[in-house]
Design a protein around this ligand. Sequence first.
Ligand code: ADP
Ligand code: UVW
Ligand code: MG
Length: 381
Amino acid sequence: MNGSRILVLNSGSSSVKYQLLDMADGTRLASGIVERIGEGPVADHAAALKQVADELARQDLGLDSPELAAVGHRVVHGGTRFTEPALITDDVVEEIEKLIPLAPLHNPANVTGIKVARELRPDLPQVAVFDTAFHSTMPESAARYAIDVDTADRFGVRRYGFHGTSHAYVSRATAALLDRPVSEVNTIVLHLGNGASASAVRGGVCVDTSMGLTPLEGLVMGTRSGDLDAAAIFHLARVGGMSIDEIDTLLNKRSGLLGLCGDNDMREIGRRMGEGDPDAQLAFDIYIHRLRKYVGAYTAVLGRVDAIAFTAGVGENSAAVREAAMRGLTAFGVEVDTVRNALRGSGARLISAESSRVAVAVVPTDEELEIASQTFDLVSD
Ligand SMILES: Nc1ncnc2c1ncn2[C@@H]1O[C@H](COP(=O)(O)OP(=O)(O)O)[C@@H](O)[C@H]1O
Ligand SMILES: CC(=O)OP(=O)(O)O
Ligand SMILES: [Mg+2]
């Protein structure tokens, strides 16, 4: 292997995030994001990736650099086949393409990223790191839906879970913050970004998570509904006359906070609540109610909870969400210190009171660093 630099590409539904890391000394040589793909000057993911490649070349850090050891790609859906990072081959790309129906907003973008990078550097090892991998340890009791087993197996209808690199990274970083081995710590991780998911992690191993077959299940998100009676779909089709594609778009892109109040950004919702806007307040209340239900459920799943970790855009930045989610949970041993919670900080930090039995923490996630480490581990073997 030449060099120790890893380029990480995190191609999302409407953005491409990238980081160039030197794994020899942990330095971040470049990072950035191309947003609003498909909305304006950036026509599609291929154009966004070209922009990333040009920007890196401009800084003399281009894909042609001999110091580059590998490219690590975030891939959202790995199905049952990929439970570990995979060295990318034509066969692996084909398998990821086959999973597109289970992650139509994410996997096509991931595949484009892989294809563009392979075209630019066919000689370079490229690694796929899957969102689903960390959740593959869930017991069948948590991973199965209660539907006919033959039908479920035939069509792969089971719970896979997503944001796994974040849940893995944050559960380890939480144990480090508590200065305890991860194998001894039970953590509820709340990844609250545009997409949002919760996980129950026992001793570093995922035992349950809120997203399921696709990234639609679970918490209320920016534009996704989260949990819903499946019969609502039949009702909208039969009585509402909507097509399956229209319902898919409704639940994935026009629901969640956006559907409830017209805004999907928690900052804007907070501002509107400050003005006494009842729609924003109700959207916030529904978001918090769902979050608290999962905290309660995962407390029961884990039996003993040592830590609750808030992460991603909303979890790291919204003191109001953290305060409302943790309010009145003294019976669970959870007490948040209002002053600590309101303080802004950059690293991982505790926000629980000294008297709290459960440690409550803000733990910034770093999916790109986790993808880079897993990529580097695989190519340096
Ligand atoms: N200061 C803040 N206060 C409240 N919410 C914030 C703040 N900063 C960012 N956010 C929220 O974080 C969300 C994006 O989170 P992020 O983890 O970057 O999402 P994704 O990776 O899914 O794009 C935004 O939609 C916004 O609601
Ligand atoms: C899987 C998923 O929901 O990812 P994101 O939050 O990046 O949309
Ligand atoms: Mg994200």
